[in-house]
Write a protein of this length. Sequence first.
Lengths: 249, 249
Amino acid sequence: MLESWIARLEQFAPLSGEDKLELGRLLSEPRRVHAGEDIVREGEAPTHIHIIVSGIACCYKVLPDGGRQIIALHFPSHACDIHHGILSRVDHAIGALRPTQVAYIPHENMLDLLERSPRIAKALWRSTLNDNAILREWLVNIGRREGYGRVAHILYEVYLRLKAVGQADNHSFEFPLTQTELADALGLTPVHVSRVISRLRAESLIVLRRRAVTIIDPEGLKAVAQFSPGYLQMADQGPEGNKSNTLRG
Amino acid sequence: MLESWIARLEQFAPLSGEDKLELGRLLSEPRRVHAGEDIVREGEAPTHIHIIVSGIACCYKVLPDGGRQIIALHFPSHACDIHHGILSRVDHAIGALRPTQVAYIPHENMLDLLERSPRIAKALWRSTLNDNAILREWLVNIGRREGYGRVAHILYEVYLRLKAVGQADNHSFEFPLTQTELADALGLTPVHVSRVISRLRAESLIVLRRRAVTIIDPEGLKAVAQFSPGYLQMADQGPEGNKSNTLRG
DNA sequence: CGCGGGGTTGACTTTTGTCAAGAGTTGTGG
DNA sequence: CCACAACTCTTGACAAAAGTCAACCCCGCG
């Protein structure tokens, strides 16, 4: 399972055999984290980078009034905090949304490896650029779409991202977020998310049952989401979405 | 004026005299861009990085329905697209909001310099981390604050950022965005922005006249904004806000 | 002096939030 | 295998926030 992270990195830039061996050597055995538990707490000085092996994690901030905003979702084979190596304290937390396994690498080893292998540095750099592009699109999603399109958009994005790591078949995938968590990610309330999902169901765009999503009408869903897949840097067709990414060779 | 960018970079990591000379050599003479004109168009393959010398630029996306979301504001002495060096096409545009002067550096020269000077690489890396932190906070702002707090928050953030580059005195600064542009940055409509600003005025928190802002009641404004300055990585006190940043030495 | 962009305001609509009750689900322990 | 508790989801009634449309004002500028 650890290899899937390395495989994903290779989609961003070619790695040598030695690169892959080194990464494999540095990666710890995965640690189990309970649902709701933090992997990195807000304000602390992180010492490792983390890679999601299984489960789902998220990056979030909590406001003084208790409101929570989820800033990013991290799926298996994602590194969630590459940028932490250089910060003395982080302005956000990383938490597990479900029971999750995370592998990790100490910052000093990672920084050392980055200096020795420009290929790994390039792949990681591009993978963080990809994360940033998603973050920008989330801002657009929350800022300029109303609830109906917002939920449609995140569902289609998650579908493409899970498909890219082999966790979506056809147009079905596991999506084990509660509606409260979805609301925290979308800047809505849980009640409103529930209503919007009812409407997406009523319009025969999706089926959502037991935390599993099936997209019945992909074109319809993309239309209400005003979805343009360019930001994901991966194709929106076929079972191997990542083949034609547009990052420079 | 070009030197102010280099001075800002030095707040992120120390540079050698040679570093500064090299950066100065690479920087072009500034080019003038009209208000409303794009510096980088969406979808194109960028060839240079750009540094704002005077004026204001922004990073934005346009939706199929015509809505625009401003994703970031770029003030003088900011580089606005360091991350472009590696992308074959960008998913967002960069445009001037007012008459603006931009200097630029060809990507190949920049990449070459980054390889030769790890200090410059570190400073630039941290400066992009700073930009990302601001982007995360914008997501929180739009997702979890209502209009009143949202406007208060962006005003206080802009105040701190302008103060850090010497463009704010006491609690006053030039803020030449139209309310329509402010609305595009905040996920609101211009009409609603106008109403919210009226209220901020009525509550004696700010004065806004002729595109100049004076914060009358900083503590009050921060309270309605639920402002916590940590994400900016700069202190929120005194005329030299950047002295005690929390990036690792 | 008139033009045009930006700002303000009012009346009205739509979207979203709030509160509360009830139904369904999940997980646990006996 | 059942009972129970704790969550989660759904729905309704109502309230608040934000959007829409339109008129008008203000002010800089040719």
